[in-house]
Write a protein that binds this ligand. Structure first.
Ligand SMILES: Nc1ncnc2c1ncn2[C@@H]1O[C@H](COP(=O)(O)OP(=O)(O)OP(=O)(O)O)[C@@H](O)[C@H]1O
Ligand SMILES: [Mg+2]
Length: 282
């Protein structure tokens, strides 16, 4: 008996009907995903979602609801306990060589930004080019002139022109986020995963950073999955907003025209959405 036939006998039929929803438009597909850090508790439960290429997908929820865990599953830093994830047709797992190669196209900005504080802006941004400059050059940190020029171009693009030689620890919070975005863009990513990069910023700076991402998305047809603290900001910029509560996706909404649409169940009224939306505001 073929593996497929055997699997069909062993797995519930809805598993396969979900799989058939994967299309070329879809970049990320999660089917009934569960994740845990220990044997007792699940940090994420029954997560099913589909993210189309080129969209800005926001994840919102209270502290500890599982937002960062969701991003870690998408970039393969964590493996689900149950369920299936596909990112650009591959199963995320950083221990898998093939996925690791594909990962160079995922620009991941962790909640802590992951910048090296005591090196310059330029050096931090150049880290984004390491996967493509070859092992030896990468070990010696020898960057080709073309990569340095590219990094300078991106530094200007994110509004840090003239600051490339500045040590990163000397920058403001907003400037550090720009460096992290620049490093991610330097990877020439198809997918940007950003974990609360505009939280704790004033409204003006937060909008500047979000405009920057929106602009990069348009130019590069980039898919962005961004964790937010501010529901209103998320709704303003994202095509879809998933609300996570205690590890479960309880709502998925987006604006069409002047209406908020419920994409999860499809049968909630505008008023019901607003009530749920307000009661879950972080
Ligand atoms: N390394 C870890 N080991 C054990 N449990 C963890 C670990 N990281 C997260 N958790 C637990 O998993 C759950 C989800 O955590 P996660 O970091 O995904 O939440 P979050 O929504 O990103 O929260 P925040 O808004 O505070 O960043 C929490 O209950 C948390 O305690
Ligand atoms: Mg988090």
């Amino acid at each position: 008996m073929s593996f497929n036939k055997l699997a069909k006998q062993l797995l519930p039929t809805h598993f396969f009907s979900n799989l058939s929803t994967i299309s070329t438009k879809t970049l990320i597909q999660m089917n009934n995903v569960w994740a845990s850090y220990d044997a007792k508790n699940y940090s994420l439960k029954e997560i099913t979602l589909s993210i189309e290429r080129g969209t800005n997908y926001a994840i919102v929820g209270q502290s500890g609801s599982g937002k960062s865990t969701l991003l870690k599953l998408i970039n393969g830093m964590m493996i689900p306990s149950k369920g299936q994830i596909k990112v650009d047709y591959q199963t995320p797992n950083i221990n898998n060589k093939e996925f690791k190669r594909a990962m160079s196209k995922i620009g991941y900005i962790p909640q802590s930004l992951g910048l090296v504080k005591n090196i310059t802006v330029l050096e931090n941004v150049l880290i984004g080019s390491l996967p493509r400059i070859g092992k030896l050059n990468s070990l010696l940190k020898k960057f080709p002139e073309s990569e340095i020029q590219e990094a300078e171009k991106i530094i200007k693009l994110v509004g840090l022109g003239g600051k490339s030689e500045r040590k990163t620890y000397m920058l403001s919070g907003g400037e550090k986020r720009r460096v992290a975005i620049a490093r991610a863009l330097m990877q020439k990513p198809i997918l940007l995963l950003a974990d609360e990069i505009v939280s704790e910023l004033d409204q003006v700076t937060a909008r500047e950073i979000m405009d920057l991402v929106a602009d990069a998305q348009q130019r590069l047809n980039l898919t962005a999955v961004m964790v937010h603290h501010d529901m209103h900001l998320a709704l303003e910029y994202a095509n879809r907003v998933a609300v996570i509560k205690e590890g479960q996706k309880i709502l998925e909404i987006g604006i069409e025209g002047d209406k908020i649409i419920d994409f999860q169940s499809g049968n909630m009224s505008q008023q019901e959405i607003m009530e749920l939306y307000n009661s879950n505001e972080p």
